[in-house]
Design a protein around this ligand. Structure first.
Ligand code: GDG
Length: 531
């Protein structure tokens, strides 16, 4: 044993520990790709190639507020990363108009230069003026493809009129993309399940285009997909791409398996490619991450600590521990299951009733669909019931926050939460889990994570538990609330190492790097012919 006189004082040890943590944070941030590096990489990989980005949501919408027009940036890391790609390349970004002043701010071809006031790239807005078509498209996307791809036992609606609207809107997008591409070789970056048919339209008219699509949600197994009446068209639409990206390998393998069951195609499992009718489509995984550095810096800022204090006072939380949930109000996110598990915890362990609160930030989404309205009502009722049972005086047991917070206002909640509950029944990645880890700059906090998220593949040291098993989920909450500081720190450190290794700009960089590595660079010719 070391004699007391030879031990460094405890305070010195703590100070050294903090300095080491700061140093490792600095190193982590340096390791990550920054927006300017992404810009350089894009030029290096693709030279002056024309890039056309297409997504359903636009990067900026123009809205009328108090008599003047403001540009509002679309929330989320994805919009930022694509914004960097667009700036670096002077791209054209094709997206559906959504703001009430969008038309006024665009020229007569629907074009407006971006970011507002900087003139670095062009936003090409697409208007779906026909109300029936717009609604049909939304229904197909959110009422058919979304439940189909998330195995949560919500039946997808197969309505021929919605499918027609989906085809028409994809055609409209393809027209806009072709106009944006001009006659030069170009790289088209399609985003998500809204645009599954676009590549086939494009390919028919411009066989030389390089087309990449990233699918942000899970791809189900072949057994699930085979019930779709229009499965052939959807698969052929996707196989018109040169490269298809998923968050995790498993989704890509499901896609390849689906193709092998449904179409005649040559499957090259070794190289992760599908060959059909003389074309090859590579299938790769690119796990997405948030802007980790930005989150960590905001989390460590003294103003965030003050914000946490204000939230604690406003919600009258006192010194109770906090279990946090942050989701769009969606049936895939397992919100009722989370509430059930919480209720079970308080039933079984009454001593926790005054010592823990649950904060649910649940932004309403897709409110035009009956499933989402019903979920909103069910969650509100469950919260009310829990508060009647376990709330006391001013203090509630569950706080339901349904306003859409600015991303920066979300960080204090991550910093405040002792436990983060990500209980998705199925989720492509789940950025919230990674954002929470990024915000825990002091290596504290516990992540309870559903194994049915893409994030669970990387975040192995979270407490992983199935949201379908309410009993175990409740036990996981208790484990998280009573965890030893050592175990908590050990787990969080490992999680932070994973999250620090990549960010949203890396995601974009790796995708574009593969365009070059796989010899998909627009206009280039390669020995033995192109592709
Ligand atoms: C899809 C896939 C995949 C949440 N509440 C507020 C708010 N958020 C932000 C979070 C996060 C984002 O929204 C949600 O991203 P998730 O990844 O968690 O989930 P989805 O919306 O379902 O996203 C998913 C993702 O696409 C990316 O590919 O990971 O699997 O389903 O960034 O911070 N943002 C603001 N106010 C809120 O109240 N501003």
């Amino acid at each position: 044993m070391v004699p007391d006189t030879e031990r460094p004082p405890r305070r010195l040890l703590h100070a050294l520990g903090r300095a080491a943590a700061r140093e490792s944070q600095r190193r982590d941030i340096e390791r990550q790709t920054r927006p300017d590096q992404l810009e350089r990489s894009v030029r290096e990989y693709l030279g002056r190639t024309r890039i056309v980005i297409a997504s359903n949501r636009e990067p900026y919408q123009h809205v009328r507020r108090n008599g003047s027009i403001r540009a509002i940036r679309s929330a989320g890391g994805l919009a930022s990363a694509l914004d960097s790609v667009a700036r670096a390349t002077g791209a054209v970004w094709v997206a559906q108009a959504s703001g009430d002043a969008d038309r006024e701010m665009a020229d007569d071809r629907g074009r407006v230069s971006m970011p507002p006031g900087q003139d670095r790239y062009t936003l090409q807005r697409v208007w779906i003026d026909d109300e029936e078509r717009a609604q049909g498209f939304n229904r197909f996307v959110n009422g058919c493809l979304w439940p189909l791809c998330h195995v949560v036992y919500v039946r997808p609606q197969f309505v021929a009129a919605h499918w027609r609207a989906y085809q028409e809107v994809n055609r409209m997008f393809a027209d806009a993309i072709l106009e944006a591409a001009g006659d030069e070789p170009a790289l088209v970056l399609l985003q998500d399940y809204h645009l599954a048919l676009c590549a086939a339209e494009l390919r028919a008219r411009r066989p030389d285009l390089t087309i990449v699509l990233f699918w942000h949600i899970p791809w189900p197994n072949a057994e699930v997909f085979r019930i779709v009446p229009w499965k052939r068209e959807i698969l052929e639409g996707l196989l018109a791409c040169d490269l298809l990206g998923f968050h995790i390998r498993y989704h890509g393998m499901n896609f390849i398996e689906t193709v092998s069951q449904e179409l005649e195609a040559l499957i090259d499992r070794e190289r992760g490619a599908v060959r059909r009718r003389g074309r090859r489509t590579f299938v790769r995984d690119y796990p997405i991450s948030p802007d980790v550095a930005e989150i960590a810096v905001t989390a460590a800022d003294p103003s965030t600590r003050a914000a946490v204090q204000r939230i604690r006072e406003r919600l009258a939380i006192g010194d109770a521990q906090v279990i946090l949930g942050v989701d769009r109000l969606d049936y895939t996110k397992g919100i009722p299951e989370r509430l059930d598990a919480y209720e079970l915890l308080l039933d079984r362990h009454p001593e926790w009733r005054d010592r823990v609160v649950m904060v649910l930030i649940a932004v309403p989404s897709r409110v035009d669909l009956p499933e989402y309205q019903a979920l909103g009502r069910a969650v509100a009722e469950r919260v009310e019931k829990l508060n009647e049972r376990f709330g006391s005086g001013q203090r509630q047991s569950v706080y339901l926050i349904t306003e859409n917070l600015d991303f920066r206002d979300l960080i204090p909640y991550y910093v405040m939460a002792d436990v983060m509950a990500v209980t998705s029944l199925h989720d492509g990645m789940n950025l919230v889990a990674k954002e929470y880890v990024a915000a825990r700059v002091h290596n504290d906090g516990v992540l309870v994570l559903s194994p049915y998220t893409g994030a669970s593949r990387e975040l192995e040291h979270a407490i992983q538990v199935s949201p379908f098993d309410v009993d175990r989920l409740s036990g996981a909450f208790r484990q998280a609330l009573t965890i030893s500081p050592d175990d908590r720190e050990r787990r969080m450190k490992s999680l932070r190492e994973v999250v620090a290794a990549q960010n949203i700009y890396d995601w974009a960089r790796k995708l574009l790097r593969d365009v070059r590595r796989l010899h998909l660079v627009p206009g280039a010719t390669w020995p033995g012919g192109r592709r």
